[in-house]
Design a protein around this ligand. Structure first.
Ligand SMILES: CC(C)(COP(=O)(O)OP(=O)(O)OC[C@H]1O[C@@H](n2cnc3c(N)ncnc32)[C@H](O)[C@@H]1OP(=O)(O)O)[C@@H](O)C(=O)NCCC(=O)NCCS
Length: 226
């Protein structure tokens, strides 16, 4: 009998939670449906999307954080991490239409600022680079996509409409409308145009890469002479 009561209580809790999400976080739910073609129904999104759950928990944790209730804020965020595998520090500022796809392993640091319409894939990290205090995490512009496993580190800015490739490690500012790949991150496209690394000296982020390009050019010249 007691088991039946527990099951009944859990079902009620479940229905109430679902109703609260649908009513209070309707915009977030719609955003997931818009972003993920695999999302078939509102119920599926509300019940099964960890990225949505993590965002809703973060909105609650951030509310407490802003009122200096740091322990409760951390409690909510750590509980969320336990259930979703996504760790968002309650201090992080996140804009509208944010979506985390797949989610597992995403980490967002305390002083990160994320603009509107940003998409993060699993394993993406917005992290710090040391023990410094103050603003030490990235600022992400609007309409940015951060690929699976990418690490964006330090107090840097990623410009609007940029694409950070899977597994890239970005440690320097990225101008708007750029595509960045590799370790350390290199800009491969700007304003929709491919960047020729050996000719472009403004956008090269990696001096080692620059030297290698230079060497390659000289070897080709020598080969031509022979
Ligand atoms: C970066 C990315 C957006 C590429 O965009 P694109 O503009 O179409 O780039 P291209 O495919 O034309 O590739 C450009 C160059 O970068 C290389 N490249 C592309 N993605 C790369 C990556 N993640 N890491 C290293 N190099 C990469 C390509 O090999 C190509 O090199 P080349 O010019 O020497 O041939 C894309 O490859 C990516 O990483 N997306 C992330 C998606 C993701 O995380 N999905 C998870 C789904 S679960």
């Amino acid at each position: 009998m007691i088991i039946l009561q527990i099951i009944f209580f859990l079902i009620i809790l479940f229905v109430v939670k679902t109703a609260i999400i649908v009513v209070l976080f309707n915009e977030e739910v719609k955003n997931v449906q818009k972003r993920d073609p695999a999302a078939r129904s509102i119920l599926e999104v509300v019940l099964l999307y960890q990225g949505l759950h993590a965002l809703i928990h973060h909105r609650i944790a951030h509310y407490f954080y802003q009122r200096n209730l740091f322990l409760i804020a951390r409690l909510v965020s750590q509980a969320s991490r336990f259930f979703t595998g996504i760790e968002i520090h309650p201090g992080a500022t996140i804009g509208k239409d944010f979506f985390i796809d797949h989610g597992m392993g995403v980490v967002i640091g305390e002083t990160s600022i994320i603009g509107d319409n940003v998409l993060l894939y699993q394993g993406a990290t917005l992290g710090g680079t040391g023990l410094e205090k103050g603003k030490r995490h990235p600022t992400i512009g609007n309409n940015v996509v951060i690929g699976a496993g990418a690490k964006v580190l330090g107090n840097i800015t990623i410009g609007d409409n940029s694409y950070i490739g899977a597994n890239a490690v970005v440690i320097k500012d990225v101008p708007a409308n750029s595509t960045v790949v590799g370790v350390p991150g290199r800009i491969t496209k700007q304003d929709g145009k491919k960047i020729e690394l050996s000719l472009d000296h403004i956008h090269i982020l990696d001096p080692l890469m620059q030297n290698l390009e230079e060497l390659e050019k000289r070897i080709k010249e020598l080969e031509k002479k022979n």
